[in-house]
Design a protein around this ligand. Structure first.
Ligand SMILES: Cc1ncc(C[n+]2csc(CCOP(=O)(O)OP(=O)(O)O)c2C)c(N)n1
Length: 200
């Protein structure tokens, strides 16, 4: 039993679109493997989006690196519960380095959905917000409904972080798929965040 048990299950795709709708400037968004990056693309490609193809648990550390390298830019990591569970140590690093411009968003469906719906520990015993707070990310919250999620995102992009937001989400099948070309996305992202000049 965890605090998660009583929370509203929301549409992952809808929440992703609400999040992207709150971005006003050149915020970088780093999305983890599978549904998180499928839905980010579905919300409309932005040059400042990076789609992690292939490895779990890397959205938050990549986003951390961008946040540290570009302290003037707000950076958002989107990650599934299974993926963040695979790389929990990154939460302690984020808490220790405490970048003011980083927000981690977790889509918690309690599943390793895209590899066959195996359940994760968040479906039973683990409260990922309590984990993040315990790692030292003081501003860690569950989103209780869509309006609260938007309020948390507004707060995250306008006040000093790091912020950690988790939402219980559904298992709807994603429809968009980024082209499976990691170098292409890396290059586009680097150009999008001014880390590499656009080819003349
Ligand atoms: C390091 C690593 N281990 C295992 C896999 C296989 N794998 C790919 S996606 C996935 C499940 C991802 O679960 P989650 O992050 O919760 O996202 P969901 O599929 O539920 O949206 C697994 C086990 C992988 N790609 N990388």
């Amino acid at each position: 039993m965890s605090a998660r048990d009583d929370l509203k299950v929301m549409s992952r795709n809808d929440l992703t679109k609400r999040l992207v709708g709150k971005l006003e400037h050149d915020e970088a968004v780093v999305a983890g493997i599978g549904n998180t990056n499928f839905d980010l693309l579905d919300a409309g490609h932005r040059p400042q989006n990076f789609y992690m193809l292939g490895s779990m648990g890397l959205a938050a550390p990549i986003a951390l690196g961008v946040a540290l390298a570009q302290p003037e830019r707000n950076v958002v990591a989107l990650e599934g519960d299974g993926s963040i569970l695979m790389n929990l140590g990154t939460l302690t690093t984020i808490a220790s380095l405490a970048p003011l411009n980083l927000t981690v968003v977790i889509w918690d469906n309690g599943l390793y959905q895209i590899t066959g719906m195996q359940t994760t520990a968040t479906s039973t015993v683990t409260d990922i917000v309590a984990v993040a707070a315990g790692c030292g990310i003081a501003q860690s919250s569950w989103a209780t409904d869509e309006a609260h999620f938007e309020q948390l995102v507004n707060n995250a992009v306008s006040t000093p972080g790091p912020h950690f937001i988790a939402a219980r989400v559904d298992e709807a099948a994603a429809t968009a798929r980024p082209e499976r070309n990691p170098v292409l996305w890396k290059d586009r992202f680097m150009i999008g965040i001014d880390a590499k000049p656009a080819a003349g």
